[in-house]
Design a protein around this ligand. Sequence first.
Ligand SMILES: C[S@@+](CC[C@H](N)C(=O)[O-])C[C@H]1O[C@@H](n2cnc3c(N)ncnc32)[C@H](O)[C@@H]1O
Length: 251
Amino acid sequence: MADTTERVRADPTDTVPENLKARIKASYDAIAPVYNKWTIDHSPVRIEYLDQVLIKLRPKGQAAADKKPLRILELGCGAGRPVTEKLLVELDPVHVTANDISTGQLDMARDALGEHGEKVAPSANSRVDWVEGDMMALDFPENSLDAVVGFYSVIHLPGPEQATLLGRIGKWLKPGTGYFLANFSDRVMPGMVHEKWLKQDEGWMFWSGLGVPQTEAAVAGEGKLKLEVSKLEKDDVDDVDFHWVIARKPE
Ligand SMILES: C[S@@+](CC[C@H](N)C(=O)[O-])C[C@H]1O[C@@H](n2cnc3c(N)ncnc32)[C@H](O)[C@@H]1O
């Protein structure tokens, strides 16, 4: 980890900090280069879970004529590697809506993945729409998405918003075939604030978690999704455990 990092302990909070989303955006704008350099070592676990969903969306050996165009939403896509890039390369033909609240992260993603999509402005044949903003502001038609994925991003929403978002995702996914993949905090954690995550003075950060049983309940309840994988990854990132979920929308 970089010298600029001060790994002071994060503090629990029962209240949602004021201007939460603006503060998270400002922090990721500031820490994007440090975050992306640090996180690249944690890519294998992302890929392990993503591969489990890619195989459902594009079964091995599928004939080119059977490859229907897929519509994917990625929540909190960050700088686009490895996940957005893998979606574009391995699911083709595909359209990815890559959402993130941070301008800095999306700038890095556009730079990194320009060759896979539209670098500056969306066009009719663009394979990626880079959508800046709070994931809670997104909206899609019912039964329109083949998959919704979110890696280490939904955890930045306050717990009740996580459950609300699951309800929306459940509506957006296609019945029978639509997949949801994300990781969550394993702990019941109304809020956890770190004043200096990854960068002195600019790394203020907030995470929240419903805990494993309540996340599972929200996936099945608000989301009306069928859990296929619900697994705890010990020491997923450094010494922090995460709860990984893969779920399908039933017919
Ligand atoms: C820990 S990073 C993960 C980035 C990427 N998914 C990865 O796996 O490396 C969390 C990302 O979620 C974004 N984010 C945080 N809160 C968000 C929100 N409310 N809406 C959209 N994106 C958000 C951040 O800007 C950041 O890029």
